[in-house]
Design a protein around this ligand. Sequence first.
Ligand SMILES: NC(=O)C1=CN([C@@H]2O[C@H](COP(=O)(O)OP(=O)(O)OC[C@H]3O[C@@H](n4cnc5c(N)ncnc54)[C@H](O)[C@@H]3O)[C@@H](O)[C@H]2O)C=CC1
Ligand SMILES: CCCCCC(=O)/C=C/C=C\C=C\C=C\[C@@H](O)[C@@H](O)CCCC(=O)O
Length: 264
Amino acid sequence: MALVGKTAVVTGAAMGIGRALAEILLENGAKVALLDINEAAAERPLQALEQHFGAEKTIFLKCDVESEEQIRAAFKKTVEIFGGIDILCNNAGVLNETSWEKTISINLMGVIRGTYVALEQMNQLSGGRGGVIINMASMAGIGPLLSCPSYTASKFGVVGFTRAMAAASEASGYGIRFNAVCPGFVQTDLITNIPVRLGQFSNLAAATHKLVDVMGTIAVSDVAAAALELLIDDTKNGEALLVLQSGATYMQFPTFNPTQNKPL
Ligand SMILES: NC(=O)C1=CN([C@@H]2O[C@H](COP(=O)(O)OP(=O)(O)OC[C@H]3O[C@@H](n4cnc5c(N)ncnc54)[C@H](O)[C@@H]3O)[C@@H](O)[C@H]2O)C=CC1
Ligand SMILES: CCCCCC(=O)/C=C/C=C\C=C\C=C\[C@@H](O)[C@@H](O)CCCC(=O)O
């Protein structure tokens, strides 16, 4: 899908990966609604984006992805201003093993909430234009990180939800592609103060720091470039794209043959 003239919504867009997603969308000609719970953090980046791409191309909407009401209001405003929604990047996320219910509510339920509300605007079966939904998962959504079980569960959930929605959309004719991005460690605030974020698993922080050292970190622009590939390539649906220092790789998942009741 060419991005020129399209409208995108990015959650968690005030900083980190979300901000980079907003930037690459704008660079490729899309209009972008930046949603975030943290209005103050969005102020400077929004000014910079407005200066570079034009104030008419961006809008900031304060939105907590834990609230279906706020998501619906933000999407409604986006449609009023830009005329529709073609792209949703469900990116907002936290790492907080102490508040594990909040971690699940933001990282997994936030993706599901955002998707279901977006369907009301995007689904071709209900008058929408179709489009693409990108969900920000993690490498921890493919293989477990021992120091953060709840975060891992949330990201496994995002990968599973994305693959199931891709199949549902194809079977039903929603006209929407669904893909997940699965980065390794990325240089953002989320990987600072790791022991505090791990709560009762803080004793495992050293193992995680070692993993960061071994794997290295990637830049937010690497993640945005991988997401762009999934946005523009119309053949990609139900993919989980692993993004590491060595490059991006499409994950292969085991398939199951229901007639033989065993893996293929
Ligand atoms: N940094 C990393 O190493 C990796 C991050 N990810 C994922 O990428 C996504 C973005 O993370 P980063 O940019 O690294 O984090 P970050 O902490 O730099 O940015 C997260 C953004 O989400 C916003 N946010 C948090 N809770 C929210 C809520 N309830 N509603 C709306 N916005 C909310 C924050 O205000 C912030 O602007 C997350 O889903 C994260 O799990 C995935 C793999 C690796
Ligand atoms: C501190 C948590 C960072 C959260 C940000 C994030 O999502 C980053 C994920 C990066 C890499 C995940 C790698 C998972 C690897 C496992 O599948 C396994 O190979 C390593 C197991 C060893 C371990 O958990 O220490």
